[in-house]
Design a binder for this molecule. Structure first.
Ligand SMILES: [Zn+2]
Length: 446
């Protein structure tokens, strides 16, 4: 993923501290460095770590798959996800974050942007710091309540205070886990809250994220209440720009595509959620046009009851395939474009383009070894095709973040995997019991 997109054969890479210090022909690098440790890479394809642009790391990993697969967007969110989130204990959230970090790392994701749905920010942050993964987290705000007749008085001040308190409590601006001002999105914020969040993000060098237009509801609400489509409204109030990361963004018109490209907005495509939630991304999504117009499109996996996997390689595969099929156009979203979305575009959206997203001297040593001693990797004739179309996260053998090896031989070194596996089933069962939501498995469990 260097600027020339070179695929280096028989190359070596050296890490000094947390950064890549040398890349080049193996013999040359070996002559240049005296290594403390040498990893024989001949069996592997090395890629940058993937950047997951939208994921919910608590609430859903621990209730993964409980929500039936025939619920549309509104039923999924209002009737299932909110009760499941609200039934969590602080211990559940920590366990959920460990499971999420484990799945991300073991499928090659080294950096993520959380959606903001964490309830106990301090504990989850501590837990994530122990795993070594790189992430940006927050505690989302909304100052328009779900209930249309609810009393909104004082809500904006309250939410601004909550957002400011979270940012002030975690003032670190450098490090693997940082706290950013994150929002619910949709039509859940007033102008004041949008503007305050973006202003705070600018001041701390962070970003704001929010959901928008997975289905037509947001478009209809903004047209009815502001006379503008969502991106037009956000441009109008001065927040549409590189500080904003909007997720789903399936239902856009031509002017919104143009606004996205001109403003530097970051857009997160979550193809697994779109497929499962019937959002219409294939027939209605404008991602090929967004890319063609120069907009920054990254990929996400969303929550585990939307797209139920955190494997970014599945997201890249679907991003490359969805539009080819929907448009009967084999040239739509080539495999190498999907790989760019999953690496460099995500890095750019997070303001980390000079730090991660490619294998270049001076960048952070965040990279993945894919095991080619597997049937899906052989014969290895076209490495990008193999990566996007044949392989998935199951061939991720080893992962480094900041020069620290976090996965080795398919196991997380920083997470007690056996303990998480031993605890997660009971915790998940107890959580769904507390939520009082019915078990909707179609076939009888006998
Ligand atoms: Zn989401």
């Amino acid at each position: 993923m260097n600027p020339d997109r070179q695929i280096l054969k028989n190359a070596s890479l050296a890490v000094t501290g947390d950064r890549i210090s040398h890349i080049g022909p193996a013999a040359r690098v070996e002559a240049q460095v005296t290594a403390r440790e040498v990893v024989d890479g001949r069996r592997f394809v090395l890629t940058p770590g993937y950047v997951n642009g939208h994921i919910h790391i608590t609430g859903e990993p621990i209730s993964k798959g409980y929500v039936p697969d025939d619920s549309g967007w509104a039923e999924n969110v209002l009737e299932w996800l909110i009760p499941l989130y609200m039934a969590q204990t602080p211990e559940d959230e920590k366990l959920s974050a460990q499971l999420a970090a484990m799945e991300m790392l073991r499928t090659g994701t080294t950096t993520f942007l959380e959606a903001g749905s964490i309830l106990n920010l301090a504990e989850v942050r501590e837990t994530l710091l122990e795993t070594g993964i790189r992430g940006r987290i927050g505690q989302w705000c909304q100052d328009r309540l779900f209930e249309p007749d609810a009393d909104q008085a004082g809500e904006t001040e309250k939410q601004i205070r909550k957002l400011d308190e979270a940012l002030d409590a975690f003032p670190e601006r450098d490090g693997r886990i940082l706290v950013w001002p994150l929002l619910v999105g949709h039509n859940m914020m007033t102008t004041e809250l949008w503007q305050h969040s973006v202003a705070r993000a600018k001041a701390i060098g962070g970003k704001v994220c929010g959901h928008m237009s997975p289905v037509e509801l947001d478009v209809e609400w903004y047209l009815a209440n502001t006379g503008l489509r969502p991106f037009e409204y956000l441009a109008d109030i001065g927040v549409l720009g590189p500080e904003l990361c909007l997720t789903h963004v399936v239902h856009l018109d031509d002017n919104e595509v143009k606004l996205a490209a001109e403003s530097g907005l970051n857009l997160t495509h979550c193809p697994m959620s779109a497929l499962k939630g019937a959002y219409g991304a294939g027939p209605s999504g404008r991602f090929p046009e967004l890319v063609a117009a120069g907009a920054n499109v990254m990929l996400g996996t969303d929550g585990n009851n939307n797209g139920n996997s955190m494997d970014m390689m599945r997201s890249m595969y679907l991003a490359a395939g969805l539009f080819k099929d929907a448009r009967r156009d084999p040239k739509a979203v080539p495999a190498h474009e999907a790989l760019t979305m999953g690496t460099l575009n995500g890095a750019k959206a997070l303001g980390l383009e000079s730090e991660i997203g490619s294998i270049e001297v001076g960048k952070k040593a965040d990279f993945v070894l894919h095991d080619t001693d597997r049937p899906e990797w052989r014969p290895l004739l076209n490495v990008v095709n193999q990566l996007i179309w044949s392989a998935d996260g199951r061939s991720v053998h080893s992962v480094w973040v900041d020069g620290q090896r976090l996965v080795e031989n398919y196991r997380c070194l920083t997470i007690d995997e056996e303990r998480v596996f031993a605890q997660i089933d009971e915790a998940g069962k107890a959580l769904v019991a507390r939520s009082k939501l019915p078990d909707k498995q179609v076939w009888p469990v006998v």
